[in-house]
Design a binder for this molecule. Structure first.
Ligand code: GAL
Length: 688
């Protein structure tokens, strides 16, 4: 870019330069695509945005063909104008690098950049994400457009940050990617002998005598290969994102943040935590395709996002009432959009942004929910979002600098998720559902839960629950053992520690390296069509989907529950065992009980480990979310039950949204309260 163009970047588009008034602590935002509309219509859009309390727009993430209509010919004037117009309406801008939607000239001129699907078909222009994530040419072109954007907007005070690409998702199965995978494996394993041994390739004559023989595939191959293909996928996306970040960062003000938007539980093909490490914070896209909300599942997703970096995150996309890609695109109910935004804030989101602002007149998403229609006029959900805008402004100062903190951690790794999913053994064994079966009662009891990796520092948690830690690395095993020996309470769920880092069965008794500490082991697993009875501390329960037969190896192991008469093998055998280790405990749960059973189990675990409710008892269906800073705790309460609920506060608290001090609040269905208490007025929150 020449000097003239560079100079233009700092000149206001129309008259006096203007920047939005100070960044808010809580951000309301929308995805806005000014390139789809004549400039004459922008003013009306921005006026309505400003009225609703929108404080940022995300732009340009699909606008490559508008920014670079032919190779090397840049057209940024429209974007200059759009950014300046947003600023005049007190609206900041997040710019997306446009690489999720390469222009037609690019795919025509450089067909080697096209993605190849697993069935060998080559992606074509006409949709998005047709690029190949390992293509050197695509990396070069991506870096170029990112750099051009960085040069032009890297010091624009209205641009608060950058989004890299959009929902990194689709891997390629072309020859170049295969070669990259083989090189990557060579880096990981060193020698073929090592790889062959660790993958047990003598099985079915898979033994490799040359790296070039190793295939790429996603579902039917050797489990060692399949797990490593996912890891390669994660590393490749990280490098892909780094390519753009490096290009941008040459030119951008360090004050501008860099993030990317991942999908949560909905898209688990690579490790989002890996990519998150490159970002200032992670953003995610939170959707409810059929308009049906599983609050615990969504809450655990939010908490996983927060867990990637141990800091607050952004919901950079969510639906204004409905999407266009579910089976039946049912709308969220009136009031639910607002309630869900507060649920996200409660779990640590500092921004909630709607996709998208205005219906595009054409394109693949014509039917998607928006805040204004193609006619530029508000649709019904606009008012609800405008209410949120007012509330974010009001509650911002109270929530500034706060984040959720928890006494309980639920452990999650992508390795374990993939390993179980690749060999479910029972089609009904969904590792996310398994995690949620623990998360849900724990969240209700403790009212705040972290979802983190087993290699994290666990010393701050009173209770650590690993629902399905199927693949246990040596580092994770050491960390977990140290946690228990230092007085922590560790709970292992079904299928824990069956596999080593290569997705091979542990040679020791399950749970592998942890079996000795447990003083017990799993001797056999059983996939179930009919649930089996479980008797013990939790009454007459049943295990569904899966049952593990436990054996105690030393006398000081407590048996909390045994199987009742079922398939003969399990009759009378231990189903849940626990052992004291100094001040700590290690517990193995071989069953997957009903919601009521899991609740009783978690009640015992919480009591045993001294975990306390962050707020205190609330009526069922009301979610409590604490956010803390050094000098205060703010509780976000959301009523997701079907009727009105009255919540008694444990102490007098300040009602941030309604004003005044309150001892109780009455919440209608989808009602929200934000209650603040100064530090020192609550019980001490110091955990061990
Ligand atoms: C997201 C995507 C957006 C839009 C949205 C529709 O996954 O990032 O660009 O397509 O879905 O729900």
């Amino acid at each position: 870019m020449g000097l003239v163009v560079a100079a233009l970047a700092v000149l206001p588009a129309c008259g006096v330069a203007q920047t939005p008034a100070g960044p808010p602590p809580l951000w309301l935002g929308v995805s806005w695509y000014p390139e789809q509309w004549p400039e004459a219509q922008w003013e009306q859009d921005l006026t309505l945005m400003q009225k609703s309390g929108v404080r940022f727009v995300r732009m340009a993430e699909f606008a490559w063909s508008t920014m670079e209509p032919a190779e090397g010919q840049y057209r940024f004037e429209w974007l200059d104008h759009a950014i300046a117009a947003a600023a005049r309406h007190n609206i900041y801008v997040v710019l997306g690098t446009p690489t999720a939607a390469p222009p037609a000239w690019l795919t025509e001129k450089y067909p080697q950049t096209l993605r190849v699907d697993e069935d060998g078909s080559v992606a074509q222009h006409g949709n998005r994400q047709q690029f190949n994530f390992t293509s050197p040419k695509y990396r070069e072109l991506s870096a170029k457009i990112s750099a051009e954007m960085g040069k032009r907007y890297g010091h624009n005070a209205t641009v608060i940050g950058w989004q890299i690409d959009n929902e990194l998702t689709r891997e390629s199965y072309d020859a170049g990617t295969r070669k990259s995978f083989q090189d990557w494996l060579q880096g990981r394993y060193g020698t073929l002998d090592n790889l062959n041994a660790r993958w047990t390739t003598s099985y079915w004559s898979q033994t490799y005598s040359s790296w070039s023989q190793i295939p790429i595939e996603s579902s039917k191959g050797n489990p060692g290969l399949l797990l490593n293909w996912r890891r390669f996928d994660s590393d490749t996306w990280r490098d892909y994102a780094k390519n753009e970040i490096d290009a941008l960062r040459k030119y951008t003000d360090p004050k501008q943040f860099v993030t990317t938007n991942v999908l949560g539980w909905g898209q688990m093909s690579y490790d989002h935590g890996e990519v998150a490490q490159l970002m200032d914070f992670i953003s995610y896209d939170d959707y409810f395709p059929q308009g049906e909300v599983d609050l615990a599942k969504n809450g655990s997703d939010d908490d996983m996002q927060r867990g990637f970096k141990g800091k607050n995150f952004w919901v950079i996309e969510t639906q204004p009432a409905f999407v266009n890609w579910g089976g039946i695109n049912q709308t969220l109910e009136k009031g639910e959009v607002r309630a869900l935004a507060w649920h996200n804030i409660g779990h640590g989101a500092d921004a909630v942004a709607y996709w998208q602002w205005r219906s595009a007149r054409n394109g693949q998403e014509e039917y998607h929910g928006t805040l204004v229609g193609a006619n530029g006029k508000p649709v019904p959900v606009y008012d609800e979002v405008a209410q949120l805008g007012r509330e974010f402004e009001k509650a911002g100062p109270a929530l500034a600098g706060t984040q959720p903190t928890s006494e309980v951690a639920v452990l999650h790794t992508y390795d374990s998720f993939w390993a179980i999913n690749l060999q479910r053994h029972s089609k009904d064994f969904d590792p996310i559902e398994e995690l949620v079966s623990y998360y849900k009662p724990l969240k209700a009891l403790a009212q705040s839960v972290d979802v983190v990796a087993p290699t994290n520092d666990l010393s701050k948690y009173k209770l650590v629950v690993a629902p399905g830690l199927n693949v246990l690395s040596d580092a994770a095993a050491k960390n977990l053992m140290a946690y228990v020996r230092n007085g922590g309470h560790l709970v292992l769920g079904q299928r824990s520690a069956m596999k080593d880092d290569d997705n091979a069965l542990q040679p020791q008794d399950q749970p592998g390296p942890l079996a000795e500490l447990l003083g017990a082991h799993v001797t056999q697993f059983y996939a179930l069509i009919k649930p089996v009875g479980v008797d013990g501390e939790f009454g007459q329960e049943k295990s569904k989907i899966w049952a593990e037969q436990l054996v105690t190896d030393v006398p000081d192991v407590d048996v909390w529950a045994r199987y009742s008469k079922s398939n003969g093998w399990l009759d009378g055998q231990p189903a849940i065992v626990s052992r004291k280790v100094g001040k700590g405990t290690i517990t193995y749960v071989g069953v997957w009980m009903s919601d009521a059973g899991m609740k009783k189990l978690t009640e015992k675990l919480v009591a045993m480990s001294g975990v306390s409710a962050a707020f205190g008892p609330v009526p069922e269906g009301v979610e409590v979310n604490p956010r803390r800073s050094a000098d205060k705790t703010v509780f976000v309460l959301v009523n997701m039950s079907d009727g009105e609920k009255t919540v008694d506060a444990p102490r007098l608290m300040q009602d941030v949204l309604q004003g005044g001090d309150v001892k109780h609040v009455t919440l209608p269905k989808y009602g929200v309260a934000v209650l603040e208490e100064a530090a020192g007025t609550s019980r001490s929150r110091a955990s061990h």
